[in-house]
Design a protein around this ligand. Structure first.
Ligand SMILES: N[C@H](CCC[C@H](N)C(=O)O)C(=O)O
Length: 347
């Protein structure tokens, strides 16, 4: 008798089928679960790294600065309301970045309006971060800005402390601003210049770029070098000047220990002067208010003009009067709000 050994499943056939299916199901479920978990882990790692990068990029702290943009004959400034603090809200480095015309807001300088007892104070950074004593176009913008902040209407006067002393600003109904810019400073060491040990510098020779210019030096609180051309020449065609080349050579000339603003002037008539300017710390600008004042002083000193002149700048005209009775210079011109916004600065 042949006995066939058969291993006999303890399960019946249907039960076997069920068991196999269930095991298969669990196996497939585990594989899918593993695939699912690994997928999500991958996603989390990728996202995690990008979020990390993002937070890393965003992690670098930055500050937001509210500002208003004003201009006076195209000489443009970022105005900062600093009335609530005696500490400037921005550093010189911040000013450099904000003045950059590609990477920032774009301006010739940053002007802060602060309190001075019951009056006001103006401080300013040039676009290179240096802090000058005074700014003529800028202080006309301050007059308009203060009226905006105070919701005041013309006619209105303000007394504003600057690095060149107190200035009286008069906001006129016609929108023009007249500023008493004080008296010019002509003593060489106070300009400052080493072109003379003492006394005035009028029509002095100055070697620049291989040429001998005839210069007169005037301070309006900030230093100015004014030239009507080379010694013995018939005068200047200011539109033909290589300003970008010779401007810095004047600005950094060793006879100006604090650097200098340089004005190149053409006499159109005895009461109409045309000028271009290379500004200390800002380069070629559309206009320079203190420069226009210094130009009229130099023109009168050199016998080239009357005391009351229209000074034509690339950005437009300024009316300048150097009054004999008080020796003060009065500048009248426009100032305009252009836009306002908030700028983002890396801290
Ligand atoms: N760059 C000048 C300051 C600004 C003067 C000019 N923007 C004006 O209107 O007077 C300086 O360093 O003395």
């Amino acid at each position: 008798m042949q006995v066939e050994m058969q291993t006999k499943s303890p399960f019946s056939p249907p039960q076997n089928f069920f068991f196999l299916n269930t095991s298969l199901f669990f196996l497939v479920s585990i594989i899918f679960s593993l695939l699912f978990v690994s997928f999500f882990l991958t996603v989390a790692v990728v996202l995690g790294s990008s979020i990390g990068d993002e937070s890393f990029r965003d992690g670098s702290s930055h500050k937001t600065v509210e500002f208003v943009k004003y201009e006076g004959l195209g000489n443009d400034f970022i105005m900062v309301n600093n009335l609530d603090s005696s500490e400037l809200k921005l550093s010189a480095d911040d000013a450099i970045h904000l003045c950059d015309r590609h990477l920032g807001v774009g301006a010739d300088g940053v002007i802060f309006v602060l309190r001075d007892k019951e009056d006001f104070q103006m401080r300013i950074y040039n676009s290179d971060g240096s802090e000058p004593e005074m700014c003529g176009n800028g202080i006309r913008c301050v007059a308009k800005y203060l009226a905006e902040l105070e919701k005041a209407t013309a006619p209105k006067s303000y007394k504003v402390l600057t690095g060149a002393g107190y200035m009286i600003l008069e906001l006129r109904k016609d929108g023009q601003v007249c500023v008493d810019m004080g008296a010019p400073i002509l003593n060489a060491p106070d300009v400052p210049t080493t072109l003379a040990a003492t006394g005035e510098v009028v029509k002095a020779p100055l070697e620049v770029d291989g040429k001998t210019f005839s210069v007169t030096c005037v301070s309006m609180g900030n230093p100015h070098c004014i030239t009507f051309g080379e010694q013995g020449s018939e005068g200047l065609d200011v539109d033909a000047l290589p300003l970008e080349k010779i401007g810095p050579l004047f600005e950094y000339h060793p006879v100006f220990p604090a650097r200098v603003n340089t004005e190149f002037v053409q006499v159109l008539t005895r009461s109409h002067l045309k000028m271009r300017v290379w500004e200390r710390g800002a380069g070629a600008t559309q206009a320079c208010g203190t420069g226009a004042c210094a130009v009229v002083v130099a023109a009168v000193k050199e016998g080239r003009s009357e005391r009351n002149c229209v000074v034509e700048l690339p950005g437009g005209p300024l009316e300048i009067e150097w009054r004999e009775n008080d020796n003060h210079i009065y500048m009248t011109g426009p100032a305009r709000k252009v836009f306002q916004g908030s700028a983002i600065l890396e801290e």
